[in-house]
Design a protein around this ligand. Structure first.
Ligand SMILES: [Zn+2]
Length: 125
């Protein structure tokens, strides 16, 4: 927890203490500095795609995979949509997934990074 260590000497300081007992450095100064720095540490507020757990994908990679090997659902696997990828794989003998993959690949390559990220639920690398 922040504020429990002296910023001057690193000594453990009680949260109740006004100053570090070892070097006399005021603890209140440290807390004020951290509070002032907090807004800078959160620049992503208001950006819906700022979730750090959102997978980062390349729009171009997904598009090329869709065009070249879309029939095998590779672009779906790449985008983390494993269930859909399996469906493509099972239907590969009909050539329908290849056609859909080709169309999807072209869509990926022609749409904007923003549209792609929103539609696929990823962050664009
Ligand atoms: Zn100290």
């Amino acid at each position: 927890m922040a504020g429990n260590f002296c910023s001057h000497c690193g000594n453990a300081v009680s949260p109740m203490a006004a100053a570090c007992p070892q070097c006399g450095h005021p603890v209140a100064d440290q807390q004020a500095t951290q509070q002032a720095a907090q807004p800078v540490a959160q620049p992503a507020v208001g950006q819906p795609l700022a979730n750090p757990y959102t997978p980062v994908k390349s729009r171009v990679t997904a598009g090329v995979l869709g065009i070249l090997v879309g029939g095998l659902g590779i672009h779906k696997f790449y985008l983390g949509k494993v269930g859909l990828g399996v469906v493509y794989l099972l239907l590969v003998w009909t050539y329908v997934p290849a056609i859909i993959g080709l169309v999807e690949g072209i869509i990926y390559l022609t749409q904007s990074d923003q549209d792609f990220a929103k539609k696929q639920g990823v962050r664009v690398a």
